[in-house]
Design a protein around this ligand. Structure first.
Ligand SMILES: [Zn+2]
Length: 94
């Protein structure tokens, strides 16, 4: 019971240990962003991929905005490379 519109599981995993995931394996939660993913733990939350505020580098550590689960992207280096290459569309050409 809550009247703020948050599901009961909100922040349920706030103190859980971080899990390792591959960003490429996650489901994108929005067509507008190449980075936003559905949370693999709660399914309703979003992983947004954070950047270093100074260098704007993509950070490996992320947190679900809903359940608070922390994830570590094992393929963050691929993500950074993809950003540098700026290949629009799916797939990587070699
Ligand atoms: Zn979540």
């Amino acid at each position: 019971m809550n009247d703020k519109g948050f599901p009961a599981l909100c922040s349920a995993n706030l103190h859980a240990d971080p899990i390792h995931v591959k960003h490429a394996d996650l489901t994108r939660s929005s067509d507008d962003s190449r980075y936003r993913s559905e949370c693999p733990v709660c399914g309703d939350g979003t992983l947004r991929v954070y950047r270093d505020p100074e260098t704007l580098e993509l950070l490996a550590l992320d947190r679900c905005i809903l359940c608070g689960q922390r994830v570590i992207y094992d393929d963050i280096e691929d993500l950074k490379r993809g950003e540098l290459g700026e290949t629009k569309g799916e797939g990587i050409k070699t």
